[in-house]
Design a protein. Sequence first.
Length: 449
Amino acid sequence: MHDEEKKIALYENFKTINSIDPTYYEQYDVKRGLRNADGTGVVAGLTNIANVHGYIVSDNEKIADEGHLRYRGYDIYDLLGDQSAEHRFNFEEVAYLLLMGDLPTREQLDRFISVLDSERELPDGFTASMIMRDTPPDIMNVLARTILLLYAYDPDAEDRSAHHEIHTAISLISRLPRIMVLTYYAKRARYNNESMIMHRFVPGQSTAETILSMLRPDRQFTPDEARMLDVMLCLHAEHGGGNNSTFTTRVLTSSDTDPYSTYAGAIGSLKGWKHGGANHQVLAMQQEIKENVADWSDEGQVADYLAKIVRKEAFDNTGLVYGMGHAVYTKSDPRAIICKQFAQNLAAGTEYEAEFNLLKTVERLAPEVILREKGTSKDMCANIDMYSGFVYSMMGIPEDLFTPLFACARMSGWAAHRFEEIVSGKRIIRPAYKSTRSGKRDYVPMDER
């Protein structure tokens, strides 16, 4: 038997061995995905960090409602509402709020930004030995790897004190954007035979400015571009304790592992195509629609192609319209509303305006098409992924960086949840799994099998 045949023999029963009769889930009232039958989440913990509101439960009935997102009690619309020249960037203020619990004074914010600035340097030789060496094709894996490797450079890596936890979080919030951009160029050098660009960071620049300055070969960017990226970082900074990567952070923290292992695990979760990696699916679906709809302004043509997607005749044959729907939000996703508004401002009068209008049409028609094709009238709104990839594309940010940017922003939220779990969790998270195998199997000696 050839090696390949041997491997196939090992794999051929994979589905059979790992299948569980789906009727058992109802029989034992198992909350698959930690979701109740009506789609509401199973309450697994408490938090003061964020409130993600998308529906009301009244008399045990789930009722759709307008979406709200609040960080430490502050509405996201209010946090991003100041457009004055003196208050151009928000991410550092949002990060401070998430980590420290309150909005900073000017003095506190300046000190926090100064600390972030002082932490951007990487250990000597780190870029050449850890980022440029054996660079894998996915940047998210490098982010996870470098976080784990930074453990080795921390003499107090196993310290669980508040001082060390806060310092580690701030260090990673500061360093991840640099690591991300350096990895992007390392990947292009290895796989595309292109030049390795290694710009120094500019002290005093905001996180958004640092990313654009290091990413652009000529280091040039407009104030509007930096402001838009700053908004995207704020929108991705936190989203409650129930999202997969934050829950991963909580689970790992509850086991009393070190912060580096915890944040690397969260990045592994965020990479998933059903979580942070979903933006790739959205962009790919939108590209297919653009290529197959002759007149983007013709709603009939757009609706017809959406119907093909819903009928599993187009795109990835799943029947899903990516960018529509959310686990919590029903009538509206506030992140999508803000992102859409900024996208409209950036696209107005440019070559991107027609594409933006197409996305608005997809958003408006998708619920109608799904109702007509499937007969389901589930409350559905556009989520942030409907417009986030479009915004990044307008700024010339490559698709390889979409999910890593998400990770750079969410570090502050993950850290806040780790801190809260350390102080208030107190118990290792250990849900129950019901065994469906009844009875004991008799052991059979090797020669009798």
